[in-house]
Design a protein around this ligand. Structure first.
Ligand code: PRX
Length: 657
């Protein structure tokens, strides 16, 4: 990491917003002044300005029982009404909400009126299936308009969605269904990925297959299936329903009921430092306020004119906040793309930007780096002149990628906002405001108005400009997680115990303050990896590896990777009993495939090294730092605390041969 810091220290390029951009920007410098003078009042103003409240709130923040916050608690609203009906009622029903592009090139334009109609019908279907306030619904869908409609319909009836990324395996889906006790699963036969149909329904069937009495009791009563891939599917009569049978047949009238602001909106599972993913819980009023506010001022959304495109899948928090909730709350028009960036050709994204005249693009550094690898001639063969603002999210963006993004995609003209946040924070926390901030390539820079962060040492002391430390959030914020589903102790332990005496939220990230006090993110300081902007836990992959009959022990590290940021590298000790009975050839391949089946393809290790021993301290803790040195091809660091100092040379010898 030190070479990375040195490199960042040398970064002195600066880009001030142009006068023309600043003149029309939604966010201005005054926002900081207003937020600084009275933070709670500032958020209350945003909540009132941006949302419709069926019952206005009188209480803003209740922080009497930290770290359990309540925002706008006596107010009532309906999240779906805020994202749909009110735009139609305001005369904007004909505005396009979704410019949907399927991977094979089919397209659908869905107006606010049409989406409202669809969501009302789905809400009626949900009610008919007995899904109501507080019930959990798992959503396992490709990037199709029905995915957004499903989320909003669940929200409309006061139920709680748990969206599971379509790339997760049946086992991962099962674990999430069980943890949340989902009553309904909404899925599709399949969706298009990389030029062919990738089936989804079989994973749901496998997840719900009879467990012969093992595991918790089945909670799922129905499976609602969208036809998208056209692939053949198995059917369980009485349990499975086709979307196209029940949704069009349902009534289009549905009055949105108001729910208290702290009504749970969704659970989203994310990897932590242990083997079990955490169900991050978000609620309604505060979440929607900060989602709408940040989308408006950071992405500078002008709903009448912008064509916004956030490339994230709805299976991740970015898709929740900046595909579904933020843009729709603001009445924006957005592109929704089903497929992969390079199918059927490497210019697919740029073709979409040209075709729809995308003005604001929000994506991840890993995508930018893979486009850099392909070369500038691909994007340069499309007309990208409609773009006026670019955003980055999910991992630190290196200054080279930032510059390439600006020069090649943004024609050396567009501002870039590098936005730091997490599943837990619900919405953007640190970012430039594009019409205000002079940007620095590689730095997320400043907390947004109304947010307070700091970089501190282990004792919680501010490190001061020019120094590195741990990133903390020092004041509660509207879209903060309200807990971990079913595990309040883990919530307190994971995020609040480290700086309990100060009441800081510990983000798990290392950061540095430069001479101006701007924040530079340096990556995770715990055993969480960030691969292509996706969070993975070393412990989760290790437990998948040891679940294979061949494995005695496994250690996983995140090694830096030019394209994906980090890559999963595993060191595995095999069982002698297994080796006595089976050939060792091909085992690394088998284990890679195994992890992919257990968790999902995103978790598949880039490299698996079969080793005889692992480096451990005398107390038996695996020293991942040393394994990371090996995986990154560096000289191995200090080994004096190892129980057996020879282990590292044995491992290295094994790897280089
Ligand atoms: O390490 C930080 C990194 O992604 C983590 C959060 O991951 P997740 O909950 O999956 O949410 C990703 C999308 C918001 C953080 O702890 N991260 C996210 N954005 C940035 C970042 N690291 C550096 N710069 C960013 N802009």
């Amino acid at each position: 990491m030190s070479s990375q810091i040195d490199h960042l220290l040398n970064e002195d390029r600066r880009f001030a917003p142009s006068a023309a951009f600043a003149a029309t920007a939604v966010g201005d410098a005054d926002l900081y002044a207003r937020a600084d003078s009275d933070r709670e009042r500032f958020w209350a103003d945003q909540a009132r300005e941006l949302l419709h409240w069926h019952t206005p709130f009188t209480s803003v923040l209740d922080w009497t029982n930290p770290p359990f916050a309540e925002w706008f608690a006596d107010g009532e609203l309906n999240v779906a009404y805020n994202c749909l009906d009110r735009h139609v009622e305001a005369g904007n029903g004909d505005r396009i909400a979704l410019l949907w592009e399927g991977e094979p090139g089919d397209e659908r334009r869905v107006t606010y009126a049409e989406l409202t109609d669809e969501v009302k019908r789905v809400a009626n279907v949900l009610t008919g299936l007995g899904v109501g306030q507080g019930d959990r619904v798992a959503i396992y869908l490709p990037m199709i308009p029905e995915a957004i409609a499903a989320m909003l319909a669940v929200a409309r009836v006061g139920a709680i969605h748990s969206v599971v990324f379509g790339g997760f395996s049946a086992d991962s889906l099962r674990a999430r269904i069980d943890d949340a006790g989902a009553k309904l699963v909404i899925t599709a036969d399949g969706g298009y990925r990389k030029g062919k149909v990738s089936a989804l329904k079989p994973a749901v069937d496998a997840a719900l297959a009879d467990r012969n009495g093992s595991g918790p009791q089945e909670t799922v009563e129905h499976v609602l299936v969208v036809r998208r891939g056209g692939n053949d599917v198995e059917w369980t009569e009485g349990r499975d329903l086709w979307w196209h049978d029940v949704v069009p047949a349902a009534a289009a009238e549905h009055e949105a009921q108001a729910f208290p602001a702290e009504t749970p909106l969704f659970i989203l599972y994310t990897s932590g430092t242990t083997g079990k993913p955490k169900g991050i819980l978000h609620t309604s009023g505060g979440y929607l306020t900060q989602a709408g506010f940040t989308n408006k001022v950071v992405h500078d959304i002008h709903p009448e004119t912008d064509v916004y495109w956030c490339t994230a899948d709805i299976g991740w928090i970015t898709g929740h906040t900046y595909v579904t909730y933020g843009p729709l709350a603001n009445g924006a028009t957005q592109v929704l793309y089903e497929g992969t960036p390079d199918t059927p050709h490497p210019g697919r994204w740029w073709e979409i930007v040209e075709k729809y005249g995308v003005t604001v693009l929000y994506t991840a550094p890993t995508a930018i780096r893979s486009f850099m690898k392909i070369g500038r001639t691909v994007p340069q063969s499309f007309d990208l002149s409609s773009l006026r603002l670019l955003g980055s999210v999910g991992e630190p963006i290196n200054p080279e990628a930032w510059m390439w993004y600006r020069e090649i995609i943004g024609s050396d003209r567009t501002p870039i906002v590098d936005t730091w946040w997490q599943t837990e924070t619900g919405a953007i926390m640190i970012s430039a405001l594009p019409g205000v901030t002079e940007t620095k390539p590689g730095s997320a820079q400043v907390p947004i108005p109304g947010i307070a962060v700091d970089v501190v040492d282990e004792a919680g002391e501010h490190v001061g400009n020019g120094n590195g430390g741990l990133l903390v959030i020092t004041e509660p914020w509207p879209s903060m997680l309200r807990g971990i589903w079913g595990d309040p102790d883990r919530f307190v332990e994971t995020y609040w115990d480290k700086f309990a005496d100060r009441g800081f939220y510990f983000a798990g990230d290392g950061a540095r303050l430069d001479e101006d006090g701007d924040v530079w993110l340096l990556g995770r300081v715990d055993d969480v990896m960030n691969v292509s902007g996706h969070r993975l836990s070393t412990a989760e992959i290790e437990s998948a590896l040891v679940a294979h009959e061949a494995t005695a022990e496994a250690a996983v590290v995140g090694a830096s990777d030019e394209t994906t940021g980090q890559a999963v590298v595993a060191f595995v000790i095999l069982k002698q009993s297994f080796l006595d009975a089976h050939p060792a050839e091909g085992l690394a391949t088998t284990l890679r495939r195994w992890v992919s089946e257990q968790i999902g393809p995103i978790a598949r290790p880039r490299d698996i090294y079969i080793v005889g021993e692992l480096p451990k301290t005398r107390s038996g803790k695996i020293m991942r730092r040393l394994l990371r040195d090996v995986a990154e091809g560096r000289e191995v660091g200090d080994t004096t605390t190892l129980a057996d100092t020879m282990v590292m040379s044995t491992i290295q010898a094994k790897i280089t041969t």
